[in-house]
Design a protein around this ligand. Structure first.
Ligand SMILES: [Zn+2]
Length: 160
């Protein structure tokens, strides 16, 4: 069985991938030069995702729009920990997740008695809204605590 070459019309074997006369490939996917282009969509995708990573909002640029405060404090059931209810206010049009808190306990003279860091993996805050989060404080200073100071040390933006 023969068929004409796609380039020079010479009758060649049907199974031939390359024409013996003009060297033309009979199927584009057999041509190594064409197969090289198959990488292109992958490369485009790679650049696209990398661009998105770099474009994603960073906490440092939105510090002023993410306000955290303590709205309630209760002793834990076991009496050892303190449960703080923190409100994260989001005044940006981005979604943020996985906040990291620093909680300082101070005495009446604003002396720092203890510092604790808490990461919350399941908390997300929608654009222009707020979320409540209960933080379990394990470090309870022996001295009487006059106030708590909570700050957001890091929070991730939600890209997708
Ligand atoms: Zn040919």
């Amino acid at each position: 069985m023969t068929q004409p070459c796609k380039a020079c019309k010479e009758q060649i074997e049907q199974a031939a991938t390359k024409c013996p006369r003009c060297q033309a490939y009979q199927h584009w996917y057999r041509n190594p030069r064409m197969v090289g282009w198959l990488w292109l969509p992958f490369l485009v995708f790679l650049f696209w995702t990398t661009g998105r990573v770099n474009d994603s909002p960073r906490f440092v640029d939105y510090k002023d729009k993410l306000i955290v405060s303590i709205v309630d404090e209760n002793p834990a059931a076991n009496g050892k920990a303190r449960l703080l209810t923190a409100r994260i206010g989001n005044r940006s049009d981005k979604t943020w997740k996985r906040p990291n808190f620093q909680i300082e306990s101070l005495d009446g003279n604003d002396k720092v008695l203890s510092v604790e860091h808490i990461s919350e993996y399941n908390v997300a805050v929608s654009p222009n809204s707020s979320a409540l989060d209960t933080l379990s404080l394990r470090i309870v200073p022996a001295e009487p605590v006059a106030k708590r100071r909570v700050t957001l040390t890091e929070i991730d933006s939600n890209r997708f």
